[in-house]
Design a protein around this ligand. Structure first.
Ligand SMILES: Cc1ncc(COP(=O)(O)O)c(C=O)c1O
Length: 363
């Protein structure tokens, strides 16, 4: 072992040494349906507006302390109720850390239905909390009795509820969510990353219970490259969470770009509506393929199980060979055996995917 390797092995936490870094696939020249991005680029007029704004954004100073203009724009654009405050993060990934760091002593429990967004587990572990994933039912619906029992047993400081859920696409009922919120002794973070693709939101009632914040991101509505997420909730919660926010976490270019794009918010809404409209035809076409089961989705992706002639790993590989990227969950969790998560793309991308799958499954 080299001197560096020896020093690393003796210094870095064993659980970190055992991990692999978050996987991001190389996508050059591929049809990219693996990361729930919006496949549409911003229109020319918005990009011109961005170019003008960014040209005049000074880079020599740290970001200003006063974020009130952006806060007002975000509240208006995304329907944050009067009386709630917002906290901004470098993507909602950072906000997940902030919630855990603010609430959990080492060993405290972070809990979520499972499988769900993998970063809930990762962030909890990085931040020395203990992650408890409560298995979904075999049809990937929420197991409310199991959730309530686990909350009673583990008394979690933080519960993450992704609604709609990633990677399954399901949206938990309001009654189930209310029961979880009522039972949770600590903070419940309702993660609405995929809310733009549904009619429902917890946002209007974010102030109704004493222990809820709603987290959103702009990543799924056309701005994944910006790295911007926000938490909305009672000013008391936001003030505490703000204390662990890294200083200057939102750079000036992101702030300026977001303010500019929000002046064209209808463009983002139209793109989301288009993806939502294209979701059901894609799901139906996938479900019509031999040996394919599609789970109900309220998001901008669908989860499909391949249990015909080829299993999930084989289909994933065959698609990759054809330069079509989807996310393989076959080996991630027993409930996701042979499952691939497929983002809704442009109509041309969806057609290319379906034609490739027809080919692969009939070979
Ligand atoms: C449920 C959920 N929450 C949060 C995120 C992270 O979003 P962001 O890009 O804002 O970090 C994702 C990303 O896939 C997600 O699926």
């Amino acid at each position: 072992m080299s001197a560096v390797a020896g020093r690393i092995a003796g210094t870095v936490r064993p659980d970190i040494l055992a991990l692999a870094a978050y996987p991001v696939a190389h996508a050059e020249g591929c049809i990219k349906l693996d990361a729930m991005e919006c496949p549409y680029e911003l229109p020319e007029a918005v990009r011109d507006d961005l170019a003008r704004t960014l040209r005049d954004t000074p880079l020599n100073r740290y970001p200003a302390a006063d974020l009130s203009e952006l806060q007002a724009a975000v509240k208006t654009a995304f329907g944050v109720p009067a009386g709630a405050d917002v906290l901004f993060g470098n993507g909602s990934d950072e906000l997940i850390h902030i919630a855990v760091q603010a609430c959990c002593n080492p060993g405290d429990v972070v809990l979520s239905p499972w499988p769900s967004f993998v970063y809930f587990d990762m962030a909890a572990r990085f931040d020395h909390a203990r992650f408890v994933g409560v298995p979904l039912a075999s049809d990937l619906s929420l197991d409310l009795p199991a959730m309530l029992a686990a909350i009673g047993e583990h008394q979690p400081k933080v519960v993450f509820l992704a609604v709609p859920n990633n990677p399954t696409g399901g949206a938990w009922s309001e009654a189930d969510m209310a029961a979880i919120i009522a039972a949770a002794p600590g903070l419940v973070v309702v993660d609405e990353a995929y809310q733009p693709f549904t009619d429902r939101s917890w946002m209007p009632q974010v102030l109704a219970a004493p222990n809820v914040v709603v987290m959103r991101t702009v990543s799924k509505i056309g701005l994944a490259g910006l790295r911007f997420g926000y938490l909305a909730g009672h000013p008391g919660w936001i003030a505490e969470l703000n204390k662990v926010r890294p200083p200057y976490n939102l750079d000036v270019l992101t702030q300026a770009a977001l303010l500019t794009v929000l002046r064209h918010k209808s463009v983002l809404d139209e793109q989301a509506a288009r993806l939502r409209a294209d979701r059901e035809p894609l799901a139906a076409a996938l479900a019509a393929l031999p040996g394919v089961r599609v789970f109900p989705s309220a998001a901008n992706f669908v989860l499909a199980r391949f249990s015909g002639k080829l299993d999930g790993n084989a289909v994933h590989l065959a698609l990759k060979t054809r330069k079509i990227l989807v996310r393989n969950f076959s080996n991630a969790h027993p409930l996701l055996a042979d499952c691939l998560r497929i983002s809704v793309g442009t109509p041309a991308e969806n057609a290319a995917l379906l034609s490739a799958l027809q080919d692969i499954l009939s070979a």
